[in-house]
Every structure is written in structure tokens, then in C-alpha cells.
Design a protein around this ligand. Structure first.
Ligand code: SF4
Length: 391
């Protein structure tokens, strides 16, 4: 056993997430907590959100944190009017401490944002937009049940630039049923032509309970084979890296210094406070989450209660696994020094069988470089299986 050199609780800045569950329409693949055609409830929901912020604003733990990121996710946050966003941000500023120049990200769906609206968002202090483009092909957008057109996606990016947003992320999806590699390449080309600072490229997963899952079960949609998914993924990494985007996490690519600061907080074990229906929080030892119903969320807060519906305390073994999992999902890998300092465990000794298997496989799936365990290109393609070795 090595001596423990630091406290269990990370002493980093914290992250703040706000969930806005409303969407104009539900997409067939979506597994997030969202509700369609319920926009009339947005004002009551925001009242509840303000109430929740004010309750946590009296919590010693969260008041003593210094937050460096705010993220409005959904759902479709861009259904909110700029004055509603301003209200939330000013309530946050009145209740919590923020570092200078926090990263404030706002998810935007193309087709929900006129030029003036984006300008007004920027005026509230939002300095990063994550735009849910998904594809630059009309047939694929239709397949995904998306409401926006290719033209609206391109206009949204152009308007965001005009509004002075200098940190843009574009979301794309690959491995759609029947998608040709050349069509995926086309979306990547169109994306980088717009010079976003960040690209999230997700492998479409077919989640249980979604309409897409039903369609696959009924034989209406043919799923993409795992081998083919890996080919798409490999091309994505190679193509984006060749164009200057660093592959810094499984699905995320950034120009230098434009990694998502907010998501990096989740991955480096920082504390995060999630507000809104279904949002998750982590206080260093305990994860807890809110009720997955916007009406129950509103009711709880109207009654003066926090809408927490579940919690779990992580055992030391779970914390170790989580640190390895989150580390391996990033290009910087798992720092063995950090792991040993945190858990007072000899990493190489404890995980000797796993290391032997991963490092000696031909080709190897992981490597030890500068004191960190990182994935090789082959390891990235089998990331989930590699992580499972440490479970
Ligand atoms: S717009 Fe986004 S959050 Fe809303 S249903 Fe579609 S994928 Fe889900």
C-alpha cells in the first residue's frame, strides 16, 4: 500500500448543468429525458429552476465551490427566450461563486434561432454554442426525424459567428442505417468548412425503448454492424485529426485549446451540480439525481422540496473503476501517479493481469506513455471492451 497523499475530494473548480427538457418534437433515436409540445409549461419550469438554484444557494457545500462552467443542455434550451436565460444566469450569479470568464455553453437546435435571438443570447454572457446539426444531408436528417433543414443548420452557424460567438461546437452522427461512408465524409467536409472550434461526432446507438429501437426490432430499420461502426469511427478520427482537430475524448474533437471545459469537468472527477428535471449531481462522494418528470419537478419545488429521486454512494472500488473509465475515454489517459496518490494503491501491481493483456495483445490496445495508460488506435475502436477489463 502506498501512503495517501491527498484528500479523497478533488480540490478543483466545479461545473454547473441546467436541464431544459422541452423539445418541439421528439427524435426517433433520442434517449434523453425530453418532452415534446409542452412549451406552455416553460414559465412554471423556470420558476421551479430558480427555486432550486436558491435552495442550493443556501447549501454550504455548493456555496463554497468556485464554478468555472455552466452548461444549458436538453432537450432544446434554444426554445427559451433570451430574457428567460438572463433570469436563470442572474439567479446563478446571485447564489454561487464563479471563476473569471466561466465557459457558458448553450445547446441550440437549428431552426429555433433567429439572428437577433443569438445576438441576445450572446449578450447574456453565453460564450459557447453547441449546435445540433447531426448531418449535412437532407435524407439523413429526415431519417433521424430532425425538424431542421441543412440550410437552417448552416444559417445557424453563420448567425452564431455574426453574433460574435467565438467558440462553436457542431454535433454530428454517424453509423446511421444505410449510411454510405462517402455520405458521412460529406458531412464531415461540410462541418470543417464552417471552421467550428469543436466537433462532437457520435456513433448512433440504438437505445432500448426508443421508436428507432422498435423499428429495428420490427425489421423496418437494419442496424449497422459493429465492424462497420468501427470503420466509420476510424475514418472519423483519421479525417478530423488530419484537419487539425485533436481527438481528445471518445466522441470529441477540438482545435487547440477548445476542448469542452464543461465536459472535461465530468471526466476529471470534479464536482458538478445538475439542476432541472432528471439532472445528475456529484458531490465528491455521492451521486444524486432529480426526478425524471417536469411536472413532478415543478410540484416538488412549489412545495419547497428538492426534487431528488435517487442517490448512490460510490465505494472505493467503484471510484477506482470510474477514474480508469473516465481516463481511458480521454486521449490523456489515466495518470498512474494521480491514481496512486488518490487511492494509495500500486496501479501496476493491482492491474497487472489487465495491463499484461492490453499491452501485449497484437496489435496492443493500450500503451504506457509518460506515466499514463492510454488507448492505442485499436484500443479506441474497442474502448468499451477495454474499459470493461477493469470492472
Ligand atoms: S432535439 Fe435533441 S433532445 Fe430533443 S428529442 Fe431530438 S435529439 Fe432529443
Amino acid at each position: 500500500m502506498l501512503p495517501a497523499k491527498q484528500r479523497e475530494r478533488p480540490s478543483k473548480t466545479a461545473a454547473l448543468y441546467l436541464h431544459i427538457p422541452f423539445c418541439a418534437k421528439r427524435c426517433n433515436y433520442c434517449d434523453f429525458y425530453t418532452v415534446a409540445e409542452q412549451e406552455k409549461h416553460i414559465p412554471a419550469y423556470l420558476d421551479a429552476l430558480v427555486q432550486e438554484i436558491e435552495i442550493y444557494g443556501k447549501s454550504e457545500l455548493w456555496v463554497e465551490q468556485s464554478f468555472s462552467t455552466i452548461y444549458f443542455g436538453g432537450g432544446t434550451p434554444s426554445l427559451l427566450a433570451p430574457d428567460q436565460v438572463e433570469r436563470i444566469l442572474s439567479t446563478l450569479r446571485n447564489n454561487f461563486h464563479f471563476t473569471q470568464n466561466p465557459e457558458i455553453t448553450f445547446e441550440v437546435n437549428p431552426g429555433t434561432t433567429a439572428e437577433k435571438k443569438l445576438q441576445d443570447y450572446a449578450d447574456t454572457g453565453i460564450n459557447r454554442l453547441s449546435i445540433g446539426v447531426q448531418s449535412f444531408r437532407a435524407d439523413e436528417l429526415k431519417k433521424l426525424d430532425r425538424l431542421h433543414s441543412v440550410e437552417e443548420a448552416e444559417n445557424t452557424v453563420a448567425r452564431a459567428r455574426k453574433a460574435g460567438i467565438q467558440n462553436l461546437s457542431i454535433d454530428l452522427m454517424f453509423a446511421l442505417s444505410g449510411q454510405k461512408p462517402s455520405n458521412w465524409r460529406y458531412s464531415l467536409e461540410r462541418a470543417i468548412a464552417m471552421k467550428p472550434e469543436h466537433i462532437s461526432a457520435y456513433n448512433l446507438t440504438i437505445e432500448n425503448g426508443t421508436p428507432l429501437h422498435q423499428a429495428v426490432k420490427a425489421g423496418i430499420v437494419k442496424p449497422v454492424s459493429e465492424l462497420r461502426q468501427r470503420i466509420f469511427y476510424s475514418h472519423t478520427i483519421e479525417y478530423l485529426e488530419r484537419h487539425g482537430y485533436k481527438h481528445y475524448e471518445v466522441s470529441n474533437y477540438a482545435l487547440p485549446n477548445f476542448e469542452s471545459r464543461h465536459n472535461s469537468k465530468y471526466w476529471d472527477g470534479s464536482l458538478y451540480l445538475g439542476l432541472g428535471a432528471s439532472a445528475h449531481s456529484f458531490d465528491g462522494d455521492r451521486r444524486f439525481w432529480n426526478v425524471k418528470s417536469f411536472s413532478q419537478y415543478i410540484k416538488n419545488l412549489q412545495d419547497g422540496d428538492l426534487p431528488i429521486i435517487g442517490e448512490e454512494n460510490l465505494s472505493p472500488t467503484e471510484k477506482q473503476f470510474e477514474m480508469i473509465l473516465l481516463g481511458l475515454r480521454q486521449s490523456r489517459g489515466v495518470s498512474i501517479d494521480d491514481f496512486e496518490n488518490r487511492f494509495a494503491i500500486d496501479f501496476r501491481e493491482k492491474f497487472q493481469p489487465q495491463l499484461k493483456k492490453l499491452l501485449s495483445q497484437k496489435p496492443p490496445l493500450a500503451k504506457l506513455t509518460n506515466g499514463s495508460l492510454t488507448l492505442t488506435r485499436e484500443g479506441w475502436l474497442l474502448c468499451d471492451a477495454v474499459c470493461a477489463e477493469f470492472a
